[in-house]
Design a protein around this ligand. Structure first.
Ligand code: PLP
Length: 435
């Protein structure tokens, strides 16, 4: 029973450094958040010791009486957090992550080589929604299924539903996927349902990024229109790292071939082995929190903060994809400043602001994309309000201005030369202190 500190001081020290990094800087990565002490406690319990392949009441191992209770509690809370009637919706809480949840959902719904349509990665979609390039099938979802991604309109940055509808007529997908990783606007699920219905396709939503906002009724509700809804639990939902799959029950379904049976079997045994019971317990805690009035207030503030950040950047003269935001994220186009997202990501690291480079529709290269993605969920968890986000925008404005000066003076477009010049710049250390 030795503590981590005594047992493994090297690792302990690294964890302490990471903790300090997380709390001393400004965390703007849109997919990250600060989960609560209670969630972390549940995640660190002896539940991690237990094997429980199968489902509550039907396990392949003994000794699961408490694990069954925990998993059932998690299921109940998942349905409650998203205001779902258990007669109409069920949920599998075992996916290890968002990616495995998505692959299990595909495995449940469609056959190998069936046709899927998801938002293209350079348009803000996720890898697992069928990503491929002209040269290579990158994601397993494009290797095992045929993928024809849809795009945003390069002029407006908004999803081009008309073009999606036209392409769907040619491609006749069996599965249409809504939801994304870097799309700052809400979704028209009714329109997507119509397109899916034209081809008798399933409609899925991967609400990973904004599920916390859906729980708080701060976004359109994908459950009104979709057959299946997946999510991660660690982004706006503020839980541990994991995934969930919700499935719509169909009246009169044969149990053997029902969507419930297919989803459950796809998760185990098709895609996964033993559930991570400590994580499931931690999800249950996060879902209890997500159903609270405090969380509803948090979600409102997340959106208000993202809007304040966007408005201030615009007031500094910057270009944002779609011209603003409806959710927790802002997609900032730095091409008008002649800078790449990679340079801004690196220079921000130097001053303890964490964000990530991101493609903007029309970018030539995904390796050196023209923008960055910012999110308000993590700093809102730390109590930031609109005025704080305006200050964050002002810091970012200073950094981008400085980055422009450094790029102009270092006489090279290469990232490594830019970074070397930035590291030597006095204004960087001054900014770091102020941040
Ligand atoms: N789906 C979306 C929309 C995401 O943005 C992400 C991750 O960022 C995932 C799925 C994958 O989740 P994970 O990293 O837990 O596998």
């Amino acid at each position: 029973n030795t503590s981590l500190k005594d047992e493994d001081p090297v690792l302990y020290e690294l964890v302490e450094k990471e903790k300090y990094r997380q709390f001393s800087g400004l965390e703007l990565i849109a997919s990250e958040n600060f989960t609560s002490q209670a969630v972390m406690e549940a995640n660190g319990t002896p539940l991690t010791n237990k094997y429980s392949e199968g489902l509550p009441g039907a396990r392949y191992y003994g000794g699961n009486e408490y694990i069954d209770e925990i998993e059932k509690l998690c299921q109940t809370r998942a349905l409650e957090a998203f205001h779902l009637d258990p007669e109409q919706w069920g949920v599998n809480v075992q996916p290890y992550s968002g990616s495995t949840a998505n692959f299990a959902a595909f495995t449940a719904l469609i056959q190998p080589f069936d046709r899927i349509m998801g938002l293209d990665l350079p348009s803000g979609g996720h890898l697992t929604h069928g990503y491929q390039t002209d040269k290579k099938k990158i994601s397993a979802s494009s290797i095992y299924f045929q993928s024809m991604p849809y795009q945003v309109d390069p002029k407006t940055g908004l999803i081009d539903y008309d073009r999606l509808e036209e392409n769907a007529k040619l491609f006749r997908p069996q599965l249409l996927i809504s939801g994304a990783s870097a799309y700052p606007r809400d979704w028209d699920y009714a329109r997507m349902r119509k397109i899916a219905d034209n081809h008798s396709a399933y409609l899925m939503c991967d609400m990973a990024h904004y599920s916390g906002l859906v729980a708080a009724c701060e976004q359109n509700n994908p459950f009104d229109y979709c057959d299946i809804v997946t999510t991660t639990t660690h982004k706006t939902l503020r839980g541990p790292r994991a995934g969930l799959i919700f499935f719509r029950r169909r009246p009169g379904e044969d149990k053997k071939t029902s969507i419930e049976t297919r989803v459950n079997q796809a998760v185990f045994p098709s895609c996964q082995g033993g559930p991570h019971n400590n994580t499931i317990a931690a999800i249950a805690v996060a879902l209890k929190q997500a159903a609270s009035p405090e969380f509803a207030q948090y979600a409102k503030q997340v959106r208000a903060n993202a809007r304040a950040l966007a408005a201030r950047l615009i007031s500094h003269g910057y270009t944002l994809a779609t011209g603003g935001t409806d959710n927790h994220l802002v997609l900032w186009d730095l091409k008008p400043q002649g800078l790449t997202g990679s340079k801004i990501e690196k220079i921000c690291d130097l001053v303890n602001i964490t964000l990530n480079k991101n493609s903007i529709s029309g970018d030539k290269s995904a390796v050196t994309p023209g923008g960055v993605r910012l999110g308000s969920s993590a700093l809102t968890s730390r109590g930031f309000k609109e005025a704080d986000f305006e200050q964050v925008a002002d810091f970012l404005h200073e950094i981008v201005t400085l980055a422009g000066e450094i790029q102009a003076s270092c006489g090279s477009k290469l990232l490594k030369d830019f970074l070397a010049a930035a590291e030597k710049n006095d204004k960087i250390s001054d900014l770091q202190k102020r941040v």
